[in-house]
Design a protein around this ligand. Structure first.
Ligand code: FES
Ligand SMILES: [Fe+2]
Length: 393
């Protein structure tokens, strides 16, 4: 897992002025809306004596109040009140918690969990359809019981559809004709690779979309990444009709992931008037189908061994259809070379002992010293020649 990327925290619709605890990168955060309705994301650990801020209250002055001794913290993480000192007391400068840059986009609150200054931050994955009235969107979130890299790699894998998803291809029944066609590079960017390819798309056997496909039909689809945890999938049903899926994934810890799926489609059957209400009905149908497809993936991916991706591709036998997965791992190695990989071995050791809690560093740590909590240990910035996937290709 890595610092210095944007992570999805909560769906906008689920956030109000009650503080909520969200676990990402094996650490707790408190998320709430301030008095202006703007979302704030802070480290959840009160620097007084370790209270959990998310167990407290939001106050009228836009702060969150710790449930233990009532210290208040504003959206910048600064403590504004220590009740035990009495009214108008001077607040020590060290009385602050890490506060993270926040953006509310595509119906999701995203937080930048890291300390890079704004100009150097990798982007939130762009969704160009978001501003186009011809596209209709809706979003869901759900949890999967495995590491986020396993989840992303599953999405980058064109060869699993035939066997995992009964509504794709020939359901593994016409192997003499089946083959994964050439993967064409698509939407490569400084933070990830992508591909598109053409595959057989015979009519669906049932479901609301069964009339959308013809016998002998072909479809084009592909996926790619932006950073370790954001992935796009485009499915071109015809030259003019498409589904676009955008996944923003929050690693809860090394064994669990919260997935935020935003789906766009330019198949809007009912424009204007009373009939437009039927679009909500179709949204629900698409959601049911997405959750069904996700459940098929979960059944297989939760059984993968080892539970984390192996440190070297030498312990797997990759084929050309796995190319984007290998490229994804190379990108992760590039992020490790930058010194952004969290040292989970050390953290697990320390947390087992139970007498330390670290904080994910926020940008303010680059400007001032004297933080109460120690910054999370990171794997030392590596020599590119010594990182496993870059060596093995
Ligand atoms: S632990 Fe938070 S106010 Fe004391
Ligand atoms: Fe899948």
């Amino acid at each position: 897992m890595f610092i210095n990327f944007w992570y999805p925290v909560i769906r906008s619709a689920e956030l109000g002025t009650t503080p909520q605890r969200v676990r990402i990168l094996s650490h707790n955060f408190v998320v709430f809306r301030d008095a202006q309705g703007k979302p704030a994301v802070l480290s959840d650990t009160c620097v007084h004596r370790g209270g959990s801020l998310s167990g407290g209250k939001c106050k009228d002055d836009g702060t969150v109040q710790c449930p233990y001794h009532g210290w208040r913290f504003n959206r910048d993480g600064q403590c504004t009140r220590i009740p035990s000192l009495g009214i108008n007391a001077k607040i020590p400068t060290r009385a602050r918690v890490d506060a993270y840059p926040v953006e509310e986009r595509y119906g999701i609150v995203h937080a930048f969990l890291g300390d890079l200054p704004e100009a150097e931050r990798p982007p939130i994955m762009p969704i160009f359809e978001a501003d186009d009235p011809n596209w209709r969107s809706h979003s869901i979130s759900f949890e999967v019981p495995y590491h986020y890299e396993r989840s992303i790699e599953n999405g980058l894998d064109p060869a699993h559809n035939e066997y995992v998803h009964t509504t794709h291809g020939h359901q593994g029944e016409r192997e003499s004709e089946y083959k994964v066609n050439e993967l064409e590079p698509s939407q490569d960017n400084p933070w990830g690779y992508g591909f598109m390819h053409t595959y057989d798309a015979p009519p669906l056997r049932n479901g609301v979309l069964r009339f959308s496909r013809r016998k002998g039909g072909k479809m084009q689809a592909g996926s790619g990444t932006y950073g370790p945890n954001q992935m796009w999938t485009h499915i071109n049903i015809s030259p003019t009709k498409s589904m676009r899926q955008y996944l923003f994934e929050a690693p809860i810890d090394e064994r669990h992931t919260r997935v935020f799926l935003v789906t766009y489609r330019n198949i809007v059957f009912f424009k204007g008037g009373l009939l437009s209400k039927l679009n909500n009905w179709l949204d629900r149908k698409v959601t049911v189908r997405n959750l069904f497809v996700a459940s098929q993936d979960i059944t297989v991916v939760k059984q993968l061994q080892p539970v984390l991706t192996p440190p070297s591709t030498a312990r797997e036998l990759m084929m050309p259809a796995d190319r984007i997965i290998a490229q994804y791992r190379e990108k992760l190695d590039e992020f490790e070379v930058k010194g952004w990989r969290i040292d989970m071995e050390r953290i697990k050791r320390d947390y087992e002992r139970g007498n330390v809690i670290y904080a994910i560093p926020s940008p303010a740590r680059r400007e001032s010293k004297g933080w109460v909590l120690e910054s999370i240990p990171l794997v030392a910035a590596a020599d590119p020649g010594k990182v496993a996937h870059l060596v093995t290709g």
